[in-house]
Design a protein around this ligand. Structure first.
Ligand code: ZN
Length: 365
C-alpha cells in the first residue's frame, strides 16, 4: 500500500470535487455527477458525485457516504480520495463492489452548515421525510427562542430569557431531549426534519435504485465529524448491551461507542442509510457510523449553532459577521491541521478495511 497523503483533503467544495474526479480517473472508474440546483457562496457549481469500484451487478456491496451533515463532509471526502488514489491496494472479494457517494449534501458543505438548502437535517430527512409526522409539542413552545429572528436587541434577549426560564423549570436535559427529538413544523428553527424528500434524499433513492438494486448483502459506511476525541474515529451504535446490533459491530471493529446514555447524541431507531433495505427487497443491510472527534471539549457551543442559524435564516451569511461565524462553525467540524488529517486518513482506511472484511464474512455466512 502506498503511504497516506494528507493532500487528499480539500479546502473548498470545488477542490474536493476535482480531487475526487482525479482519484476516480487514477482508479479507472467513471464518476457519475448529480448537479445540485443551487450554487455555492462563490457562485461555484455544487454536486454529489458517485463512483463504483467493482462490478455493477455485484451481490455484495458497500456504500461509503460523506457529507450527510454538509460541512462534516471534508473528512469523509478526504478518506475517499485516499482510498481511490490507492485503489490497487483494495482487494475486492469476488462478486463485491464499493460505491462511493461523495458529498451527498454539497450545499451544506459549501455554506458551512450541517443542514441543507432548506434548513433540513438530511440525517433526519432520510429517516422521517414521509408522513405521518410525529408531533413534538415541547418544541413548538421553544422554536422561536431556539432560533431567534435577531441576534441582538430585544428579540434575542427575550429568546434567551425563554430558554433560561425553561431550563430553570425543567432542567437542561429536558431541553436537550426536546431538541434531539426534532420536528417537522418550524422550517427556520433547529433539528428540522423537513416535510417530504429533499434533493439529497431523492439522489440517495436514485443511487440505491440504480447501483444497489441487485445487491443482497449491503454495508453502508456513513462518515461524520464533531463528536469524540480529536482525530479519533469512533464506531457509533444506537444498540444497547446484549443486542445483536452491538454484537456484530464488536465482531467487525472491536471497540464500539454506545450512544444510548449520552445526552449529547440523539438516539434513533435505525441509521439513515438503513433505508437501503426499504428500496432493495430482500437485501440485508448494516450501517457503520464513523464519527471523528474535532475538539478537546465535546460540548458543542449552543450559541454558535444558533448564531450560524440566524445568519443563514434571517441575516446575511456573506456579511462580515456572517462569514466570521461560518469560519468558527467550520472549524468545529473540520480541523485543518496536518496531524488531524493524518489521523483521520489512518483510521478511515482502517475502518474501510474492517468494514469490507466484516461484510465479506457476513455475505458468506
Ligand atoms: Zn454528523
Amino acid at each position: 500500500m502506498s503511504s497516506l497523503d494528507i493532500r487528499s483533503f480539500s479546502a473548498t467544495p470545488t477542490e474536493a470535487d476535482e480531487k475526487f474526479h482525479a482519484a476516480c480517473r487514477k482508479a479507472g472508474v467513471a464518476p457519475v455527477v448529480f448537479t445540485h440546483p443551487l450554487k455555492g457562496p462563490e457562485g461555484e457549481a455544487l454536486a454529489t458525485t458517485i463512483a463504483l469500484l467493482g462490478p455493477h451487478e455485484a451481490r455484495t456491496a458497500m456504500m461509503v457516504v460523506s457529507g450527510t451533515h454538509g460541512i462534516e463532509g471534508y473528512a469523509g471526502g478526504g478518506v475517499m480520495v485516499q482510498l481511490l488514489n490507492d485503489a490497487s491496494a483494495i482487494r475486492l472479494p469476488r462478486d463485491t463492489a464499493v460505491l462511493f457517494v461523495h458529498q451527498i449534501n454539497p450545499w451544506g458543505l459549501a455554506w458551512n452548515r450541517r443542514e441543507n438548502e432548506e434548513n433540513v437535517d438530511l440525517f433526519r430527512n432520510l429517516l422521517y421525510c414521509d408522513p405521518p409526522y410525529a408531533e413534538n409539542p415541547g418544541f413548538d413552545a421553544l422554536a422561536d427562542a431556539l432560533a431567534p429572528a435577531a441576534w441582538s436587541g430585544p428579540v434575542r434577549e427575550a429568546a434567551d430569557r425563554t430558554l433560561a426560564s425553561f431550563v430553570q423549570r425543567n432542567g437542561e436535559r429536558e431541553l436537550t431531549r426536546i431538541m434531539r427529538l426534532g420536528q417537522h413544523k418550524h422550517p427556520k428553527s433547529l433539528t428540522y426534519h423537513g416535510c417530504g424528500p429533499t434533493w439529497s434524499k431523492r439522489v440517495v433513492d436514485r443511487v440505491i435504485d440504480g447501483w444497489l438494486s441487485r445487491a443482497s448483502t449491503v454495508a453502508t459506511l456513513d462518515i461524520h465529524t464533531g463528536y469524540g476525541p480529536p482525530g479519533e474515529g469512533l464506531i457509533m451504535s444506537y444498540d444497547q448491551e446484549g443486542s445483536p446490533g452491538l454484537a456484530w459491530l464488536r465482531d467487525w471493529f472491536g471497540e464500539v461507542h454506545v450512544c444510548g446514555h449520552d445526552p449529547l447524541i440523539p438516539v434513533h431507531a435505525r441509521w439513515p442509510y438503513d433505508i437501503v433495505a426499504d428500496r432493495v427487497p430482500g437485501a440485508k443491510v448494516r450501517t457503520v457510523a464513523l464519527e471523528y472527534g474535532t475538539a478537546e471539549v465535546d460540548v458543542l457551543d449552543f450559541d454558535l449553532v444558533r448564531e450560524n442559524n440566524f445568519h443563514h435564516l434571517y441575516g446575511d451569511p456573506l456579511s462580515p459577521a456572517g462569514r466570521a461565524v461560518q469560519e468558527r462553525f467550520r472549524a468545529r467540524f473540520y480541523v485543518e491541521t496536518d496531524a488531524w488529517k493524518a489521523k483521520v486518513l489512518k483510521r478511515g482506511v482502517e475502518v474501510f478495511g474492517l468494514t469490507l472484511a466484516g461484510l465479506g464474512r457476513w455475505a458468506a455466512a
